[in-house]
Write a protein that binds this ligand. Structure first.
Ligand SMILES: Nc1ncnc2c1ncn2[C@@H]1O[C@H](COP(=O)(O)OP(=O)(O)OP(=O)(O)O)[C@@H](O)[C@H]1O
Length: 356
């Protein structure tokens, strides 16, 4: 592992006048001094965690776990970041329930748009980290490849509808790659700024890739931001079908791969925003009338939902189509997060109808 300039990265963060990140707020000069000699078992320091945030000042969080253990070793800092981001009241401890995917034969939601008029597509994803393997700031090429091999072996054991093939990003032709990205199936290449800041560039795209079934309704991203993103998606609004497929896939993979999990924080991920269920359930929904309302963003927030543009985070909405998803991931079970999202999306559609 390359040595890190601990004081240099801390100085960059502390000197950044244009930076308002949670890293800047909570990795104070005192905290930097206190943790200077502290390391995780895999050799991670607090400087590894703030590396992306020290370089890209616009980031809201700006601090990422260098490995799963960082959440414990640097708990004094991470707990403040997690509580702030996930809205845990200061008089309450951070807590997360045991995984609960609900009764798949009796889900409290079904098709969010039976008329097929509003919801273009539905997607649910979770992130998982292979226990004992570090995250982007620390992971080396051998670990990237080991991770890929273990995950792809598990993915190749799927039968029936979920069975598919793994496509390595290395050597994928540009046309195939761009089509997969444009069709919303594949992560961005080159890697995003956070990953670049964390230092993944020299090895990228080695050990990265995508697994998908024939119909591209079940996908897995390997070694992008998280070791694995497990994704279920399809056209239309049948959230129940998408969710059942996802849960079946997670439970199958978990039979052979142990994922990093913490009783207080749930599933452990590179970015603190994904802790807990790690679940983002979204629809691409066409709501031009509601989204033209002055208080649209307030309505969405009140429903516990999050908005993104049509091509993902940090993009714009096109033609009144929005990516609407659950906002909460920590402190709620999977089934509760999905139910909140389903109810919120149904209300937005009702509102759109009332304005037509
Ligand atoms: N409901 C949906 N239907 C079709 N495509 C979707 C849907 N939701 C998200 N996508 C697509 O998935 C891709 C990834 O989106 P995005 O990066 O915003 O979210 P994510 O995978 O949840 O990860 P992260 O939150 O880490 O950014 C994008 O191409 C986006 O348009």
């Amino acid at each position: 592992m390359a040595a890190i300039d601990y004081d240099g990265f801390m100085k960059k963060l502390h000197d950044a006048k244009d930076c308002h990140s949670l890293a800047k707020k909570f990795v104070t000069p005192e905290a930097a001094k206190k943790f200077k000699d502290k390391k995780t078992k895999l050799g991670g320091t607090l400087a590894h965690c703030i590396k992306p945030g020290a370089q890209f000042h616009h980031l809201h969080i700006g601090i990422y776990a260098c490995d799963p253990e960082a959440y414990v070793t640097f708990a004094e800092v991470f707990d403040k970041v997690v509580a702030d981001y996930h809205g845990v009241p200061s008089n309450q401890p951070i807590s997360h329930p045991a995984p609960n995917f609900g009764d798949l034969n009796n889900l409290p939601f079904n098709d969010l748009d039976p008329e097929g008029k509003y919801v273009i597509s539905t997607r649910v994803r979770v992130g998982r980290s292979v226990d004992g393997i570090p995250f982007p700031p620390l992971i080396n090429l051998q670990q990237v490849k080991d991770c890929e091999q273990r995950l792809v072996s598990a993915l190749k054991t799927f039968q029936g509808d979920l069975s598919g093939q793994y496509y390595s990003l290395e050597g994928m032709d540009e046309a195939t790659k761009n089509k997969l990205i444009d069709d919303h199936f594949l992560f961005g290449d080159p890697p995003n700024k956070i990953l670049v800041g964390a230092g993944v560039e020299p090895d990228w795209p080695k050990g990265r890739g995508i697994f998908h079934n024939n119909s591209k309704t079940f996908l897995a991203w390997i070694n992008e931001e998280d070791h694995i993103r497990i994704i279920s998606m399809q056209m239309g609004g049948n959230l129940a079908e998408v969710y059942k497929r996802l849960v079946t896939a997670i439970q199958h993979i978990e039979k052979t791969v142990k994922f990093a999990h913490d009783p207080r924080l749930g599933y452990l991920t590179f970015c603190p925003s994904n802790l807990g269920t790690t679940c983002r359930a979204s629809v691409h929904v066409k709501i031009p009338k509601v989204s033209a309302l002055k208080n649209f963003k307030g309505i969405v927030e009140c429903l516990g939902l999050q908005l993104r543009g049509t091509a993902g985070e940090h993009t714009e909405s096109v033609g009144g189509v929005w990516d609407v998803s659950n906002k909460r991931r920590l402190g709620y079970s999977e089934i509760d997060a999905l139910t909140e999202m389903a109810n919120g999306v149904k209300l937005l559609i009702l509102l759109e109808k009332s304005l037509e």
